[in-house]
Design a protein. Structure first.
Length: 266
């Protein structure tokens, strides 16, 4: 399968190049960075810290997308929406790891998914997708007398909050409780907040250092507490998940898929 990497010079872009190069069933057909990026024209293998691969980073997004069977995209929401529209035009599958979307962007991606297979997940690791399934089960089993709080910590360069993973876990908890996450989520607390409302799902965001990604779902009851935690130590887990997702899209009909579809977790 021919895969292109969007945002090739990013923290995830470099990991993706290495992961695709290491997978015998895939080859890299192209890689992009926006106009003005110092990575333009550089060999992608050198960029990723592996051997030269003979492919230069390009800003010709349309041509790179059209030449690929699938694109893997861990960039920024505005770029991802543009890529989804181009991928829909050329019939290229789109693997979206980008997080931090507004509602309009989500709708544009859903529209593109009526024409192509899109796999979109706030976290592409096996561990976090299992954690989400566990969160849904525990939330359903415990009921409303256990308060749910989600704590996440990431590196100092992360630009969106709460993390895509925290929102995924919040959604799983809300599903377990048969609630709408938007109606019940509390994303910030400051000042005289008053007591917690029953059924709220709270989020707390920490940023610092080089933390790859830590997430804990806390179920706090009367006199006892359950905590489910995932800690990522290596971005390779996300990159390998994304490559698996790209291979999975082969011959799949158009649709908006989750990583749980790829992994067969329900
Ligand atoms: N779903 C998952 O498993 C994971 C998701 N992420 C998400 O992936 C995204 C990227 O994360 P990082 O790699 O840490 O960020 P980063 O800032 O290191 O990389 C982003 C890259 O996208 C590039 N970019 C921006 N606009 C572009 C455009 N128009 N065309 C092509 N490239 C463009 C930037 O130049 C940069 O190289 C974030 O939203 C992050 O939350 C990160 C890790 C795992
Ligand atoms: O920006 C990151 O680094 C990460 N982003 C994803 C998120 O928003 O959850 C996944 C992972 O936690 C790393």
């Amino acid at each position: 399968m021919k895969i292109a990497v969007m945002g090739a010079a990013g923290r995830m872009g470099r990991q993706l190049i290495a992961a695709i190069a290491a997978e015998p069933q895939t080859m890299i057909s192209g890689a992009t960075e926006p106009i003005g990026s110092p990575a333009l024209g550089k060999d992608i293998g050198e960029l990723a810290g592996i051997e030269r691969l003979g492919i230069a980073v390009s800003s010709d997004v349309a041509a790179v997308i059209a030449a690929a069977d699938a694109i893997i995209d861990f960039t920024v929401p505005k770029a991802t929406v543009e890529f989804a529209s181009l991928a829909a035009q050329s019939g290229t599958a789109h693997i979206i790891g980008t997080t931090g979307f507004e509602k309009a962007a989500e709708a544009a991606i859903a529209e593109a998914a009526t024409k192509i297979a899109i796999v979109k997940a706030g976290n592409m690791s096996l561990g976090v997708n299992l954690l989400a399934a566990l969160t849904r089960q525990v939330a359903a089993a415990l009921g409303n007398d256990f308060d749910i709080e989600i704590v996440e910590m990431h590196h100092r360069m992360k630009i969106d909050a709460p993390s895509g993973t925290a929102l995924m876990l919040g959604d799983a908890a809300a599903q377990g409780r048969d609630l709408d996450l938007e109606e019940h989520s509390v994303r910030t607390r400051d000042g005289h907040t008053g007591p917690r409302h029953t059924g709220d799902i709270g989020f707390a965001t920490l940023r610092g250092g080089t933390v790859v990604g830590d997430h804990t779902v806390i179920f706090a009851g009367d006199g006892e507490r359950i905590e489910l935690t995932h800690r990522a130590a290596d971005r390779g887990i996300f990159a390998r998940g994304a490559v698996k997702a790209a291979l999975w899209t082969k011959d799949k009909p158009p649709g908006l898929y989750a990583m749980t579809d790829v992994l067969g977790i329900s």
